[in-house]
Design a protein around this ligand. Structure first.
Ligand SMILES: Cc1cc2nc3c(=O)[nH]c(=O)nc-3n(C[C@H](O)[C@H](O)[C@H](O)COP(=O)(O)O)c2cc1C
Length: 388
């Protein structure tokens, strides 16, 4: 694993001597605006949009603003190391790519472009069940890159088991099971376009390519895509799932299991009792329960309660290195980056994702150094102050 720090900043300044400037914004919070200028309106709204009033999505960002880093001086940061090992996965820096479906709606190169960029940067990718490219093809693009698989747990157990078997065979090492999407939220920005990509057959490639899914079809997927799409809508979510169903996952997946979408201490404790390896504290980027608690506000108590028993990951609102520092200081062992890499993909395909990964890594590493922190183990709540 590379211990070298990212040198993107030097590269940009040196290239700047020739008059060249970066093609994409280096301020990651500016990516959304830049992406909007190049994306089809309905694709942009699908990515940027949220549930209901959008209040939770906004609150995710505001929650970070309520915490301030307290930099320390005269500490030796000459040989820092911010690498970590999490559930058997090596992290150069403690972030992974969040599972995001239907990436071909933002760029024709879709998930394979993200997989190539992530593998080259040494950043693990979590592939969504709702990918617009079959998981085996994404694995091929990822090569020897580290990859995890995210399951939307379908109602049809044969399809669920089949997907898990395929993911293991294709080299996905950790299973992330997303619990917060029992069904789709009321999302006005998609509703106003009358747009759901799945109904156009985008984002269901893992289903269409699945032998158990195909076996349940009277007509072949190729001959009768509309019937296949209809069946996808019928099996997508299982509203009857409870904690009692977790053993099904453990029976069909032999690596670490991480539950995504945990926002309460009670559920985090339940996850620990259920014997899973980790959780992602997340509200799905504000896309599910409108009015839900900001994910960052949920993090400290959850990390305090289960951090010694479970890997605690975090997402929803990470937009730069300082946000990463704050989430890690509040108890996350790693964060997932979501919308920013999708905007990078929209703006520049694989190169755009590479830019976002490099910028985020450099921003994180330099923020750590300037805050006087040479190791991840030095992060803790005492590195932050809550804004009055
Ligand atoms: C366009 C879009 C699609 C998403 N698709 C999935 C998905 O297929 N599976 C999943 O578990 N989470 C999905 N998420 C949620 C992300 O994994 C992550 O929780 C969220 O993006 C974090 O919020 P942030 O992007 O605002 O930081 C999606 C998010 C977006 C924006």
């Amino acid at each position: 694993m590379s211990q070298q720090l990212e040198s993107y900043q030097d590269e940009i300044y040196l290239t700047g001597l020739t008059g060249a400037v970066p093609e994409l914004p280096t301020g990651l919070h500016q990516l959304e605006e830049a992406a909007q200028a190049v994306m089809a309106p309905r694709a942009f709204d699908y990515v940027a949009g949220a549930a209901g009033s959008g209040e939770t999505a906004r609150e995710n960002l505001l929650a970070f603003r309520r915490w301030r880093i307290v930099p320390r001086m005269l500490t030796d940061v000459s040989t820092p190391s911010y690498s970590a090992r999490l559930l058997g996965t090596d992290l150069n820096v403690p972030f992974l790519l969040a599972p995001i479906g239907v990436l071909r709606i933002v760029h024709p190169d879709g998930e394979p472009a993200v997989a190539r960029a992530a593998a080259a940067a040494g950043v693990p990718m979590i592939l969504s069940t709702a990918a617009s490219t079959a998981m085996e093809d994404v694995a091929a693009a990822s090569g020897d890159g580290q990859r995890w698989y995210q399951l939307y747990w379908p109602k049809d157990r044969a399809v669920a088991a089949s997907m898990l078997g395929r993911a293991a065979a294709a080299g996905y090492r950790v299973l992330v099971v997303t619990l917060d999407t029992r069904t789709l939220a009321w999302r006005p920005r998609d509703l106003d376009h009358g747009y759901l990509p799945f109904l156009e057959g985008v984002g269901i490639q893992n289903y269409l390519s699945d032998p158990a899914f195909q076996a349940g079809q009277v007509t072949s997927v190729a001959d009768d895509p509309q019937t296949a799409i209809l069946r996808f809508t019928q099996i997508f979510g299982d509203l009857s799932l409870t904690w009692e169903d977790i053993p099904f996952l453990q029976e069909h997946w032999h690596g670490p299991i991480v539950l995504k979408g945990i926002l309460s201490v009670a559920d985090a404790q339940r996850a620990a009792q259920a014997g899973v390896a980790g959780i992602v504290v997340s509200n799905h980027g504000g896309r599910q329960v409108d009015g839900a608690i900001a994910a960052l506000d949920a993090l400290p108590a959850i990390a305090q309660a289960v951090g010694s028993k479970l890997a605690v990951l975090f997402d929803s609102g990470v937009r730069g290195g300082a946000d990463m520092v704050k989430a890690l200081a509040l108890g996350a062992q790693a964060v997932l980056v979501g919308r920013p890499y999708v905007y990078g993909l929209a703006l520049g395909g694989q190169a755009g994702v590479r830019h976002v990964l490099r910028a985020l890594r450099h921003d994180f590493e330099v923020t750590m150094r300037l805050a006087g922190l040479a190791r991840l183990s030095e992060l803790g709540p005492d590195c932050l102050q809550r804004r009055p």
